[in-house]
Design a protein around this ligand. Structure first.
Ligand code: NI
Length: 394
């Protein structure tokens, strides 16, 4: 340990101040000028070997080389973006921007990874390289995918990837993970059913798309209930319908629209469900002499943890939290996460960090729990020690 290295609790205390600054200035998707500037400034100040901005527009990447010679290169990833919603916390450090708030804790994720960067840059007691990835646009923009498309993994020689997200309801100081699929793939769609409009009194002269829609809504529900293995998870929710007008109740409309989302837990199932969905839509429309156009909007893939790396991540978590506080068989969730793109390309693991008894993610009353910072920080350091040899931890 260098003489002026602060203890981890003092460092966590500093990170709490960074977290609150970020919390007050939330930014959305790829448009993160303040957050990226703060991250870049801190990483430079800490003496990271390389600090590269502008990856996926506003992403920032830093490299720290260990002092114990060559070794593997691992990436620690966090997200930086907030959500377009109004904060209702009444906190002294609440958002200063109207209709934007850090309601998913990405402010805390950013602060914890900055703290880890500072410590690792000071001690460097490991072999190989640590690449710190601060990504934009996790909340719907696919920032992780864009970073990969821009060559993140090759450019920095990343061999393994690790991510962390806070979880409300999980005790502070606890961790949870799982081998294999952990979070769902989430796709969206809008279907336009095109029939032939006409007088409501003469349905035989039209091709009624409303009746076709009714059958389609029912038929689509059979994809999960009749087509999928009951032990595999599929959710299909129709969340949008649009047809006709309440000012023209004697008119059969020419076209109607329905939309929704499909969540799946296995990459194979995701592809099979999409194919089945297309068949059901096309054939149901045809049954009623209508046509269907499908606007398929692919979302985040299934998040799949590598079994071996998950074991190592859980072992690192146990060294900081104790065996009783690490659940390595945590239930899957039907939410989606764009760290999935990185896990598609490199082995690694995603872990949840307890946020205690807080409001849920994406809730206007949510706040990241500052008491979790020291635990997340210690996990990142333990993980580096686990994968790259020794690093100083107190
Ligand atoms: Ni999030």
């Amino acid at each position: 340990m260098t003489f002026d290295a602060p203890s981890l609790s003092a460092l966590a205390e500093e990170a709490k101040a960074w977290r609150r600054t970020i919390h007050q200035h939330p930014e959305l998707l790829f448009d993160l000028p303040k957050t990226a500037a703060l991250v870049t400034q801190k990483l430079t100040e800490f003496g990271c070997d390389d600090v590269v901005g502008g990856i996926a527009k506003s992403g920032v990447v830093a490299v720290i080389k260990g002092k114990n010679g060559p070794g593997r290169t691992i990436a620690l990833r966090c997200d930086m973006d907030a959500l377009p919603m109004a904060e209702q916390t009444n906190l002294p450090y609440a958002s200063k921007v109207e209709n934007m708030m850090h309601a998913c804790g990405h402010d805390g994720h950013t602060a914890m990874l900055l703290a880890a960067a500072r410590r690792l840059a000071e001690t460097r007691d490991f072999a190989g390289k640590v690449v710190l990835v601060f990504q934009p646009a996790e909340e719907g923009g696919g920032g992780g995918r864009l970073m990969i498309e821009e060559g993140l993994l090759e450019r920095f020689g990343i061999e393994e990837v690790y991510g962390m997200h806070n979880e409300p309801g999980l005790a502070v100081g606890s961790f949870a993970t799982r081998s294999g699929p952990v979070m769902a793939g989430g796709d969206r769609f809008v279907i336009t059913i095109i029939g032939k409009g006409g007088h409501a009194a003469s349905p035989h002269l039209s091709h009624d798309p409303v009746v076709a829609m009714g059958h389609m809504i029912t038929a689509l529900q059979t994809i999960a209930s009749r087509f999928t293995d009951p032990l595999d998870s599929v959710v299909l929710s129709l969340t949008y319908v649009e047809a006709g007008s309440d000012r023209a109740l004697n008119v059969i409309p020419a076209a109607v629209r329905i939309g929704g989302t499909i969540r799946t837990m296995q990459p194979k199932t995701r592809a099979a469900v999409e194919a089945r969905f297309r068949d059901v839509v096309t054939m149901t429309a045809k049954l009623f002499s209508a046509e269907a156009e499908i606007d398929w909007r692919p979302g985040y893939p299934v998040t799949v943890n590598d079994p071996e790396k998950t074991k190592l991540a859980a072992a690192a978590a146990r060294t900081v939290a104790g065996a009783a506080n690490v659940d390595d068989d945590h239930p899957q969730t039907m939410g989606s996460e764009d760290f999935s793109y990185m896990l598609e390309k490199r082995p690694g693991a995603f872990i949840w960090l307890g946020n205690g008894d807080s409001a849920d993610l994406h809730n206007p009353a949510y706040d990241f729990n500052d008491d979790a910072i020291v635990h997340g920080l210690r996990y990142w350091l333990a993980l580096v020690q686990q994968r790259l040899g020794k690093t100083t931890a107190d």
